[in-house]
Design a protein around this ligand. Structure first.
Ligand code: HEM
Length: 250
């Protein structure tokens, strides 16, 4: 369903989305939805069934849905529509973004053996200092791994970043002043409406990369057609050509 929202977004879906964003009152009057009907039905039903099941069986989980259910049953009185909208947004914002970043990072790492080895060495060294466990602290210490997580944006502007099309994790290293120009590197936006899941997104992307890199050597398969090309018809950043990787067990 997540894939459908991002990739099967036809011209009418785009028109409907634009109407709901720029003329919300008119769109509501016309009964226009901003995501596909079957996707909307699926999420409404999944959330409703889960909430009902948990309430009926008195199930408590330490998760996001639990917090939403508590808001629903508090004086805030979150409606089921509002609860479903929050769950849907967190699912979409939390999965498409991190998986795209992970794919792009693995593609670049697959093309650049030296950077890949450096990232792997850092992973092995830091995990070794933490009983080989992925913990919040060990993730925070993996600075170089964070530098390989490049996100398209203003950092491709030659006015601010020399040789901007070169994938160069070192440009974000402390030896180069780190993120030296604030507001020229905005992978998570800035200001009061910036990404609420930034830390979580970085963490889950790092955990994914650690799991692959410590077990496999990554290379780009000859099936991958390059340049990847940027797909103008998708909701989030997607490439036109698919990324195929070879993973060789270490
Ligand atoms: C690497 C992963 C991620 C990237 C690159 C990313 C990027 C972004 C960007 C660029 C924005 C728009 C900010 C703006 O308008 O200034 C945003 C907003 C948002 N993101 Fe993320 N995001 C990521 C992961 C996540 C995760 C894991 C979650 C939730 C679990 C999440 C939830 C949200 C929400 C709810 C908003 C809207 C915030 C608002 O409008 O107040 N994101 N994200």
């Amino acid at each position: 369903m997540g894939k459908k929202v991002f990739q099967e977004f036809n011209i009418w879906d785009q028109v409907n989305l634009a109407l709901t964003m720029y003329c919300p009152n008119l769109a509501t009057k016309l009964g226009i939805r901003n995501i596909q009907k079957d996707v909307s039905k699926f999420f409404f039903k999944s959330v409703k069934d889960t909430v009902e099941y948990r309430e009926k069986n008195n199930i408590h989980r330490d998760d996001f849905l639990q917090l939403l259910m508590e808001l629903k049953n508090s004086e805030v009185k979150l409606s089921m529509n509002e609860l479903t909208a929050q769950a849907f947004l967190f699912f979409l914002a939390g999965f498409g973004t991190s998986s795209t970043v992970t794919t792009q990072a693995l593609y670049e790492l697959g093309k650049n053996e030296e950077v890949q080895s450096r990232a792997r060495d850092e992973i092995i060294e830091i995990l070794g200092q933490h009983d080989n466990k992925i913990t919040y602290e060990s993730l925070a210490e993996m600075k170089y791994l964070e530098q390989v997580i490049d996100v398209l944006g203003l950092q491709h502007d030659p006015d601010y970043w020399p040789d901007p099309l070169k994938w160069d994790p070192d440009r974000f290293g402390e030896e180069n002043g780190g993120n030296k120009h604030s507001f020229t590197y905005l992978p998570f936006g800035e200001g009061p409406r910036n990404c609420i899941g930034m830390r979580f997104g970085l963490m889950q992307t790092k955990i994914g990369l650690i799991t692959v890199l410590k077990n496999f050597k990554v290379s780009v398969s000859p099936r991958t057609v390059t340049p990847l090309g940027m797909d103008p018809d998708t909701f989030l950043f997607h490439t036109i050509n698919k990324v195929y990787l070879n993973l060789d067990k270490i």
